[in-house]
Design a protein around this ligand. Structure first.
Ligand code: KG4
Ligand code: ZN
Length: 339
């Protein structure tokens, strides 16, 4: 018999609901919160209010799109961290009430693990899921991790950022250039027209497999400040080259530690996940490694890169198989833990 799971994601500024039938997505709908654009970043209080407005319509639309009734659901899976507390609480409260009303199990999902498990969604276009163990570069707005993935249930962080995340580096560089939030997709678009070797920025010196991106942001800021003294139109005159150069530097930094991780562990099955995995330059860099015969790479479908509930639903499916259910009393958490 098939298993139907409702997945709910509300950890940051996207309210998303998805319905999965075994490993196949029947519906995956997201209400984006455009309200944050004018503030240059996510405003937590506005995010939780928008989640409250969006959650019921998004869930109703997911059921209509999936063409199933609420009574067919076997379990409700929801993100309980990491994320913004006010945002998480909206999804949590809804999920708990819904599961209680339907008398079905409740499943808590770790947002960062869900990004990775999105690679296991069954999809005609994307058949190959990575074999275990594999390494996953998990890059989002709040996290940058090299994850050693041992099974659907066991993941170990072997490298992480000690300050800013890669997505933050994109967003902050974009903000310095006067682009709107979220800056990652804007930089990606501009970079296509630019020269990645036009400007050079220093790489951080961090031991082991860890990352750092805060120094890059500062050197980008100081570089532009100096250039603007001589040419007040410097940013608008060099938009594409600036975007291409900063993107190129971020990708080089990401790849360097990932290569070290691959050498250290001997693992050549390498995946990527999280919002920054939507970046066309990063995707290209992965494919180049594969073409050179060094790695076998696994890249999620574009719509499963940035925050979505399909990834919550697939993770819910695997936890359902293990009967890994959660009590109503569980509270959401804001910072990453491996639970
Ligand atoms: O995973 P995600 O949707 O949310 C978090 O869990 O944080 O990641 C959002 C991040 C933002 O920093 C955004 O700028 C970045 O992913 N991002 C991109 C691209 N699309 C989204 N960064 C670079 N290039 C992109 N195409
Ligand atoms: Zn995310």
């Amino acid at each position: 018999m098939s298993i139907y799971i409702l997945g709910i994601e509300s950890s940051c500024d996207d309210t998303s609901a998805a319905i999965i039938k075994d490993r196949k997505i029947l519906a995956n709908l997201t209400a984006n919160q455009h309200i944050h654009k004018e503030f240059g970043g996510v405003v937590p209080e506005l995010a939780s209010r928008a989640h409250q407005q969006n959650i019921i319509p998004v869930i109703e639309s997911a059921f209509s799109a999936a063409k199933i009734t609420k009574n067919q659901i076997n379990a409700v899976a929801y993100t309980n961290g990491p994320g913004l507390l006010g945002s998480l609480l909206v999804g949590t409260s809804f999920a708990k009430a819904f599961a209680l009303a339907l008398n079905v199990p409740l499943i808590t999902i770790n947002h960062m693990h869900a990004h990775i498990l999105a690679l296991f969604i069954e999809d005609e276009a994307h058949k190959a899921a990575p074999p275990f163990p594999f390494l996953c570069l998990t890059v989002s707005g709040g996290h940058t991790q090299i994850m050693l993935v041992k099974s659907h249930y066991e993941m170990e962080v072997i490298g992480k950022t000690i300050d800013d995340a890669a997505g933050e580096a994109f967003d902050k560089a974009a903000k310095i250039m006067g682009l709107t939030y979220p800056g990652g997709p804007m930089i990606d678009k501009l970079a296509r027209e630019g020269d990645p070797e036009r400007f050079h920025f220093p790489h951080p010196k961090v031991p082991g497999l860890d990352y750092s991106f805060s120094g890059l942001k500062t050197s980008f800021l100081y570089f532009l400040r100096d250039q603007l003294k001589n040419d007040t139109e410097f940013v608008s005159n060099h938009k594409a080259d600036l975007a291409a150069s900063i993107q190129h530097t971020i990708i080089e930094i990401l790849l360097k530690k990932l290569k070290q991780a691959s050498e250290k562990t001997g693992i050549r099955h390498i995946a990527m996940a999280g919002g920054v995995s939507a970046n066309s330059g990063l995707r290209r860099a992965f494919i180049q490694e594969q073409d050179a015969g060094r790695w076998q790479v696994y890249i999620p479908r574009f719509e499963y890169c940035t925050d979505n509930a399909a990834m919550i639903a697939i993770n819910g499916y695997y936890k359902y198989l293990k009967k890994d259910f959660s009590p109503q009393s569980l509270k959401p958490f804001t910072r990453y833990t491996d639970q």
